[in-house]
Design a protein around this ligand. Structure first.
Ligand SMILES: [Zn+2]
Length: 480
């Protein structure tokens, strides 16, 4: 079997992912191995603001279909109630389309640093001397400010119509919500508005892989070693936040937070508490950006707590910053209760079937399914004869006879079978709508829905635990 796409993730990385699902950053690089496959890297961010590799995927083509397969595999490894709120990428249409389909509830940002770099390359003359105009536009924090800065930029550079056209038509008009501060600030991004992290992580990865001509096993081992080091560093950063009390966090309004949230979160709250001296409890002076973008108390809230003589409450801190250990408490209790209820409502035959299935789940080795032997035909097939690879059974004689009488059967008593469809096929699809026995409601099924049903019956993906190159067997691996 030739592998075209390969997804893999370290089991500890997946634990990190389930604990820190908030922001994911993705980037694809080309030809990282001698097979010439592209490598999609998926990065997450911890409460201590450290990056971690969530997963890697080697893909044959950077097409929507390949990305959808990767993202669906990723989603199947996540907890459905904790999906990413934000995904940051570069402008790659196929990846963007796949994100829209697999994570429709997540916000998507384009890396504004990459956009600025593209614009500076493309419109060098325009920004040669006065390159701040673009930054003013991108960093606008309210819509009125954005319109003002945009109008100023268009006026200043009216002698460069092509560049203005590129900036507005390629970036601002279609994508401003994905990178201009006024829109990105409406989402909790914890400061991740660029794909900078993935660039840095890539530099480390590149040092490990050394050459683009390494084989899978070699790159697997090297990446695995890199991940183990990363996990150790992250756990050390948790330990530091739990145990080290820095002098600047000694004031009493920090007492509920010290040792309970990450040091980086404490530092942000400290900056906001200094700002509180100027804003007071006035929310309009505060702007409340940190509360929306980081899930931390903003200046006016802190001023309010201090005025009431209360410490900043731990519940005002988003759970992302409070997570300083990887303890996942998954439970199957609700599902088991549902199964028991369903079991009690079933008849004995169904109950025996359920017991058999539960036995297989509890003991996967006990499956009674055996793959059939394939017996090759020693004489081979005549070149002109088409091989029938369909999963349909051969028609019974009465079905062929009955199908011949279908057109004479009284309405309502007609039983058209798959076999009769085969016969009808020879009649150039005169009958395009038919009834499938056993179909819910026995309603009409169109030819296209039958085709969909038969195509969905052929699995294209599989999940497997593997032990390649001495790497942990608990690593998730999926190939197709
Ligand atoms: Zn505020």
């Amino acid at each position: 079997m030739t592998i075209t796409d390969l997804f893999w993730a370290h089991s500890v990385s997946l634990d990190f992912l389930r604990s820190f699902p908030l922001v994911l950053i993705m980037d694809c690089i080309h030809k990282t191995n001698r097979c010439g496959l592209s490598l999609l890297k998926i990065i997450g961010v911890t409460s201590t603001n450290m990056s971690f590799f969530v997963a890697f995927a080697y893909i044959q083509f950077e097409h929507v279909d390949n990305y959808i397969w990767v993202l669906n595999t990723l989603r199947s490894l996540m907890n459905d109630i904790a999906l990413p709120e934000l995904i940051v990428t570069d402008k790659k249409f196929a990846l963007m389309n796949a994100i829209d389909r697999v994570f429709p509830t997540s916000r998507h940002f384009l890396c504004w640093w990459q956009i600025s770099r593209n614009i500076l390359t493309k419109c060098k003359k325009m920004f040669e001397t006065r390159d701040n105009s673009w930054n003013f536009v991108v960093l606008s924090s309210i819509e009125g400010e954005y319109n003002e800065h945009l109008a100023t930029m268009l006026k200043e550079f009216c002698t460069y119509p092509e560049a203005i056209d590129y900036v507005t038509q390629t970036w601002l008009n279609p994508y401003k919500e994905k990178f201009v501060t006024v829109w990105t600030n409406s989402c909790m991004h914890c400061g991740n508005v660029t794909s900078d992290r993935v660039e840095k992580a890539h530099a480390k990865l590149k040092r490990q892989l050394c050459s683009g001509q390494v084989d899978f096993e070699c790159s697997w081992t090297k990446i695995h070693n890199l991940l183990e080091l990363q996990h150790t560093d992250i756990k050390a950063s948790f330990e530091k936040s739990l145990t080290v009390v820095q002098h600047q966090f000694r004031p009493s309004h920090f007492r509920e937070l010290r040792g309970n949230i990450s040091i980086i979160a404490l530092e942000i709250v400290l900056v906001e508490s200094k700002r509180a001296e100027f804003t007071g409890i006035d929310s309009s002076a505060c702007g409340c950006v940190i509360r929306h973008t980081h899930g931390l108390p903003c200046a006016h809230k802190i001023a309010n707590y201090i005025r009431q003589g209360r410490p900043i409450p731990i519940y005002s801190i988003h759970s992302h910053w409070r997570t300083l250990e990887i303890v996942l408490e998954l439970t199957c209790k609700p599902e088991l209760e549902m199964i028991v209820k369903y079991f009690n409502d079933c008849d004995t035959t169904k109950q025996l079937e359920i017991l058999k299935k539960l036995g297989e789940i509890a003991n996967p080795e006990s499956t009674f399914l055996i793959e059939p032997d394939v017996k090759p035909n020693p004489r081979g097939c005549p070149a002109h004869k088409k091989i029938d690879v369909s999963i349909r059974r051969d028609p019974y004689a009465f079905e062929i006879v009955q199908s011949g009488h279908d057109s004479h059967s009284p309405k309502g008593t007609q039983m058209t079978t798959l076999a009769s469809v085969q016969v009808n096929k020879k009649r150039h699809f005169k009958q395009k709508v038919f009834l499938l026995p056993g179909h819910p409601g026995n309603g009409p099924v169109s030819m296209s829905s039958l085709a969909e049903a038969s195509s969905s019956a052929s699995p294209t993906t599989s999940m497997a635990s593997s032990n390649i190159g001495g790497v942990s067997s608990s690593t998730a691996l999926s190939a197709r």
